[in-house]
Design a binder for this molecule. Structure first.
Ligand code: ZN
Length: 464
């Protein structure tokens, strides 16, 4: 489990760091960070892509982001970006409830539902605020928790007050569109009704403690009634989830519970008498988070014997070892996870980081190879840039390390620092190479940003 966002270059920077444990360094009540996890991202994609296709959308154009927030919510922002709260995943009782919400959100995208025009002149208004949502997390992941917390608290207000406020007509249309995608993919719409009745209806007439989903998706009783009619009319209304869908759901929930709840909470939900795979998985994560390595490894050893080809068991074992100062031992597990899930940028990053940490200069060659793949696939992954800078330093490539640091700062939106790193890199890189050109580009872009900000600040500081 990693923290950081994905590849939407224009407004998201990227970084990754160990574990959801990082989430705990943000204020718990307002903890909103983007979580990155290869396994959960894969599950959400498997759930969402068929719905997007049914809607006539191109899955690779739609980005999925997981927000570490215990409240129940999901929303669309900045065009084709779906945000899902961990609370929704953890509180859902069936995969169909999560999939129902994803279908509804897909309905908003397909319907081109944006924020109300009267409030927002254009999508431009969304840009800067989204940046702060993403950068908050990234600043934390990049080692500046103070800055991160400030950015996050600013962006949370944004998320609640102005992110998404659809009209009743748009909500009803997203419901019906969502139902049609579920029908087209042979799935039931019942999850939307059960989620609503269990999690949302009790709050219908309260003004306090309303789940955010109720604020981002205002509803009226007649909307719920037409949703029910639509669900009952579906020819797949009683379709059960496939075994794979069900399994993915149970593991996704177990992992999130293990990573975000306390050990007693995890054990209450997954008692030691429960020997199912998800229960062992949740306990392994929870024990690891309280540094009980023996118990964590005990659970994980059983899982790995049962399923030796599960890449995420290997990843977790690698993470447990790495975080406990056993980087050399973690290498084999990270390598195996990557063999089982090839080309996965987050797994590539894990292996690269372990190689540099454990072997320094000797690990740098392979690490650089891996990190070049990661940064090509996810150019805004600030964490990968940071690791690349370190690997370059190990190899004594100072100018290339500075260029990587410039990329890292650029991805985090720290243009002042990006500018100074890029200027230094440009001084020593051989001219007319692609690296030199990239350094020059960052100098140009970051320099313009810095000048623009200075101008704005100068204007704001006028006396009187
Ligand atoms: Zn909605």
């Amino acid at each position: 489990m990693k923290l950081s966002p994905g590849p939407a270059r224009q407004w998201l920077a990227g970084a990754a760091l160990a574990a959801c444990a990082l989430l705990a360094s943000a204020p718990p009540a307002s903890a909103q960070g983007l979580i990155r996890d290869a396994e959960i991202e894969d599950t959400l994609r498997v759930y969402t892509d068929p719905l997007l296709q049914a809607a006539g959308l191109t899955p690779s154009d739609v980005h999925l982001y997981i927000i570490g927030d215990p409240s129940i919510n999901a929303f669309v922002a900045g065009g084709q970006n779906i945000f899902v709260h961990t609370g929704l995943i953890m509180e859902a009782q069936t995969p169909n409830e999560v999939i129902g919400v994803l279908a509804h959100e897909t309905g908003h995208i397909a319907g081109g539902h944006g924020p109300r025009r009267s409030q927002y002149a254009s999508n431009q208004a969304l840009g800067p605020m989204l940046i702060s949502l993403a950068l908050g997390v990234l600043a934390i992941a990049g080692g500046e928790p103070g800055a991160g917390a400030a950015l996050i608290s600013g962006s949370q207000q944004f998320a609640m007050s102005s992110f998404v406020q659809y009209t009743q007509a748009q909500e009803a249309s997203a419901d019906q569109a969502g139902l049609s995608y579920l029908e087209a993919t042979g799935q039931s719409g019942r999850g939307l009704i059960t989620l609503f009745n269990r999690e949302l209806r009790p709050y219908e007439f309260r003004t306090r403690r309303i789940p955010p989903y109720m604020m981002t998706h205002p509803f009226a009783s007649d909307r719920v009634e037409s949703l029910r009619v639509g669900v009952d009319a579906g020819s797949h209304r009683d379709a059960a989830a496939s075994a794979d869908t069900e399994r993915r759901f149970r593991y996704m929930q177990a992992k999130l519970v293990g990573f975000t709840r306390t050990l007693p909470q995890t054990l209450a939900r997954y008692p030691t008498t429960d020997n199912s795979g998800p229960a062992r998985y949740a306990r392994a994560v929870a024990y690891y988070r309280v540094s009980d390595l023996a118990l964590a490894r005990g659970e994980l050893d059983v899982l790995m014997r049962e399923e030796p080809n599960n890449p995420y068991y290997q990843e977790l074992m690698g993470q447990i070892l790495f975080e406990n100062g056993r980087a050399e031992e973690s290498i084999a597990f990270h390598r195996r996870s990557l063999e089982l899930a090839p080309n996965q940028p987050l797994l590539q990053t894990n292996l690269a980081r372990a190689l540099v940490q454990a072997r320094g200069r000797r690990g740098a060659d392979e690490a650089i190879e891996l990190l070049r793949l990661v940064t090509a696939a996810e150019p805004d992954n600030a964490f990968a840039w940071r690791e690349l800078a370190q690997a370059r330093n190990e190899r004594g490539e100072e100018a290339l390390a500075e260029l990587a640091s410039a990329e890292q700062s650029f991805a985090l939106g720290d243009y002042g620092l990006a500018l100074s790193f890029a200027e230094r890199a440009r001084r020593t890189l051989p001219a007319s190479t692609p690296d030199y050109q990239r350094a020059a580009d960052i100098v140009t872009f970051a320099g313009a940003e810095v000048r623009e900000r200075m101008r704005e600040q100068g204007g704001g500081r006028r006396p009187g």
